[in-house]
Design a protein around this ligand. Structure first.
Ligand SMILES: [Zn+2]
Length: 460
């Protein structure tokens, strides 16, 4: 049941314990080719999704995730290497698209599904608010964490199933379409323009995004930089965005030094005309609201935080949502590391301040498994960052950053679980003579017990 999945531990059960959604089992989607036509005014999406799959179980039927606001019109299939794959029927219910085949597909076949669908895309209602494709005052955005991707394309919506993508969006002029990956071409025909993007590194469904708006480009890195850093901003916010993101390229440089090479070809930020409650991460791209760009650096910590997710969360993806601290703990710690670099305020001082805040609250969240209701609770973020800080204190700076770089390099473009981090910590502890028991005690105290451990103090 776990064969070929990116994760190292078995898939637990048949349902995602956090989203409450049944897994789509028996196959992998290797690549998504999404050809979308979007009309901004009426908020109308017409799509053809071509999925390249292989199956690790014989299949007579399979499911994908797709929101009921999008209706499938037609599905065709094509097997490769002499395998006949024919769709006999399909139906949509409860957010699932169930496809039945005319005859059983033998195990380890490769095949393609071409799914035509259309509708008025709407965000999906979830316990974490509405997620996915959302109409803006003047455009659209997609922010899907954790389970909003089916609001705009049929998919296997689970974080441990990464795939390659080609995303083609045709929309009305003069709107700009920003998508993950590399812009391959942009062609205008009449009143509409087609933007073709390619994502050449594996990506989780929740990190796929389309941003449509009346935007102008802004280069945030030096001309000819190895990793170009760009912004797409409403024309009226151009100057304040330039000011607000002035350090973005320096942040990228710092994190490259601390964590290893930036995992993708480029980094972009999109600033929407609308206000957004919080900034949002996607692969190779982050989304901020107009309210985050007032030119006063009030959101500097989140500008650093979202960038660091490119390493922690996007390149190193999660196998399951209960491990969310691996994303958010490192991203929060990356904020403190940025301030350590830019202001000289040591991360230990940031850690102490947040330790005091957490200590004043009830200790009701288990970091290793906070539960769906609390998965985005600030205590998960801060206790996660304190756990990272405890590891730094235990190993010492040199060994700690060596360990982090090895963890990042090993998990690159894949998924990680806490066991992968622990393995690197134990290896580094051995190398610098820290007893294994101390690693195990730290791990248990911070991750698997409710009680807040003492603040991590360096040994003398
Ligand atoms: Zn985050």
């Amino acid at each position: 049941m776990t064969r070929n999945r990116l994760r190292s531990t078995p898939v637990p059960g048949v349902r995602d314990a956090y989203t409450g959604i049944d897994f789509n089992l028996g196959f992998h989607v290797r690549a998504y080719h999404l050809d979308l036509s979007y009309r901004v005014g009426p908020n109308r999406l017409d799509g053809t999704a071509t999925l390249r799959l292989d199956n690790w179980e014989p299949l007579t039927a399979m499911t994908l995730d797709l929101a009921p606001s999008l209706r499938v019109q037609r599905i065709t299939a094509q097997g490769s290497a002499g395998v006949e794959v024919r769709v006999s029927r399909f139906r949509q219910s409860g957010g699932k698209l169930r496809i039945t085949f005319a005859q059983e597909i033998p195990v380890d076949s490769e095949f393609t599904l071409v799914i035509r669908y259309a509708g008025t895309p709407r965000p999906i209602r979830t316990p974490w608010g509405t997620l996915g494709w959302e109409e803006l005052e003047n455009g659209a955005l997609v922010a899907s964490q954790p389970n909003g991707a089916p609001s705009w394309f049929p998919c296997d919506d689970t974080p441990d199933e990464k795939a390659l993508y080609e995303i083609i969006v045709t929309t009305d002029n003069p709107y700009v379409v920003a998508v993950n990956g590399t812009l391959l071409s942009k062609k205008t025909a009449g009143s509409r323009t087609t933007w073709r993007y390619q994502v050449g590194n594996p990506m989780a469904t929740y990190l796929a995004t389309v941003q449509i708006g009346d935007y102008v480009p802004l280069l945030l890195s030096e001309e000819g930089a190895a990793v170009p850093v760009r912004a797409w901003v409403p024309p009226a916010l151009r100057d304040s965005a330039r000011e607000e993101f002035a350090d973005q390229a320096r942040m990228l440089e710092l994190y490259t030094g601390l964590f290893g090479p930036y995992p993708f070809n480029s980094y972009s930020v999109v600033v929407t005309e609308d206000d957004l409650e919080i900034p949002l991460e996607a692969q190779g791209l982050s989304i901020f609201g107009a309210n985050h760009i007032r030119g006063d650096h009030a959101w500097e910590r989140l500008i650093a935080h979202e960038l660091s997710h490119q390493w922690f969360g996007n390149s190193l993806g999660l196998a399951q949502w209960n491990d969310i601290w691996l994303n958010e703990g490192f991203a929060c710690y990356a904020e403190w590391l940025w301030f350590e670099h830019s202001t000289g305020r040591h991360a230990a001082d940031s850690a102490r301040e947040h330790y005091a805040e957490i200590a004043a609250q009830p200790q009701t969240i288990l970091l290793a498994d906070p539960g769906p209701r609390d998965m985005f609770d600030d205590r998960v973020y801060k206790r996660g960052a304190l756990t990272v800080h405890a590891l730094r204190v235990l190993l010492g700076d040199d060994a700690f950053f060596r360990m982090v770089r090895r963890y990042v390099a090993t998990g690159r473009h894949s998924v990680v679980e806490p066991i992968d981090l622990k393995r690197e910590v134990l290896a580094e502890a051995r190398a610098v003579g820290v007893p294994e028991d101390e690693v195990k005690n730290l791990w248990r105290a911070w991750l698997h017990q409710l009680e807040l451990p003492p603040f991590p103090e360096p040994r003398r």
